[in-house]
Design a protein around this ligand. Structure first.
Ligand SMILES: C[S@@+](CC[C@H](N)C(=O)[O-])C[C@H]1O[C@@H](n2cnc3c(N)ncnc32)[C@H](O)[C@@H]1O
Length: 357
């Protein structure tokens, strides 16, 4: 039952063949072909044999997928849009002792029940012995508690029925990873944050979902920017309302093939146990959009602007200021996520539309 060694990554010329391109044509995507880099991403995603499911979006030639499998993941579902990767994904799936299944589809359109259906088709009987024995990247070093956990895993495999518990799709630890084209990384993030707020798709019920995602460096900086940071934006507020966010790993453009014009960075998101914005994120998105439209103006200026555009909001805004004791001289970029959420929560109770500008 020891997983077979995964086949080596096809050399670049084979990728060109798989892609049906001639050598002098450019790839339309930027791939990572350095295993040290993808191992580091998997390490930042905190993948472990204990996870119920790892979902990777846009595996392409599959080097990050290999790192995920090498880190010991026992149930991996990848979603890829480009059918030219079917042969490489097929090969990888066969070599993974059924730990990996792939779905061909567009993640922006995909019904997440498809992910669960595919995950549940992965057998539970997988003692990932070699992954435990070969040190997983996150376990490098002499961390005693980690090796104790690994020992326990080995013992439970030895004494048990050679199977992992069946996946409970209402109560699972799920890791979501992706190195997506920069153009769709932000729309997908916003879609996932909204789904998280509504407990939809893979984010439903009691699932704990962490996300480890690649963005253009400037977008990553915006996502993690704390109050008073020059990159503070609507995206910072929306992400930080639901997740603890961390700039995990900065990558120079040179690690991608072909080399893009911009650098990249991986952000790690851990869902907060208590979101600052319970329920729908839409009001928060509208509030943050309105205030960040004039990011250099003070809260007082922007709040008056909102009350002018929608006079029925005036009493609510006054109540919010009185309740929070907020400093109206602060500029938009200095305002905390909690402060924006307090306003959005207050407005969520009313059926009043927030003006767009
Ligand atoms: C930048 S490449 C990265 C490939 C690989 N993960 C890596 O790091 O080398 C992006 C991959 O995402 C896939 N992709 C793009 N849009 C997608 C979508 N909407 N749904 C699923 N996959 C998508 C592309 O076909 C491509 O394989």
């Amino acid at each position: 039952m020891i997983p077979r060694k995964l086949p080596p990554l096809p050399p670049i010329r084979d990728l060109i063949r798989v892609y049906g391109l001639s050598a002098d044509q450019k790839f339309s995507q930027n791939f990572i072909l350095d295993k040290n880099v993808t191992d580091t991403i998997a390490q930042h995603a905190k993948i472990s044999v204990k996870d119920d499911l790892v979902v990777e979006v846009g595996p392409g030639p599959g080097l990050l997928t290999r790192s995920i499998l090498d880190a010991g993941a026992r149930r991996v579902v990848v979603v890829e849009k480009d059918s030219r990767f079917v042969p490489t994904l097929q090969q990888l799936s066969e070599a993974s002792d059924q730990r990996l299944k792939f779905i061909m589809g567009d993640m922006l359109q995909l019904d997440h029940s498809e992910i669960f259906k595919t995950a549940l088709s992965i057998p539970n009987a997988f003692p990932v012995v070699s992954a435990l024995d070969d040190k997983a990247p996150q376990d490098q070093g002499s961390d005693d508690s980690k090796s104790h956990e690994q020992e326990q895993d080995r013992n439970s495999i030895a004494s048990g029925s050679n199977s992992w518990p069946a996946m409970d799709t209402n109560n699972s630890t799920i890791r979501l990873l992706g190195n997506l084209p920069f153009g769709i990384a932000s729309p997908l993030l916003i879609q996932w944050l909204k789904m998280m707020s509504l407990k939809q798709g893979i984010f439903h019920a009691n699932n704990h979902v962490s996300m480890t995602l690649m963005f253009q460096k400037e977008v990553a900086e915006r996502i993690v920017a704390p109050p008073n940071h020059p990159q503070r934006s609507r995206l910072s507020v929306m992400a930080q309302a639901l997740c603890d966010v961390k700039m995990a790993y900065k990558l120079s453009a040179g690690v991608f093939v072909p080399k893009p014009k911009v650098d990249a960075a991986v952000v790690h998101f851990e869902k907060k146990a208590q979101p600052l914005m319970p329920g729908s994120l839409e009001k928060l998105e509208d509030v943050a959009r309105f205030y960040f439209n004039k990011r250099r103006k003070t809260m007082g200026h922007n709040t008056n602007r909102m009350a002018k555009a929608a006079p029925e909001l005036r009493p609510i805004l006054d109540e919010w200021i009185a309740e929070g004791g907020w400093d109206m001289n602060m500029r938009t970029a200095e305002v905390s996520t909690e402060q924006f959420c307090a306003l959005a929560r207050r407005l969520d109770r009313e059926q009043i539309k927030i003006p767009l500008t």
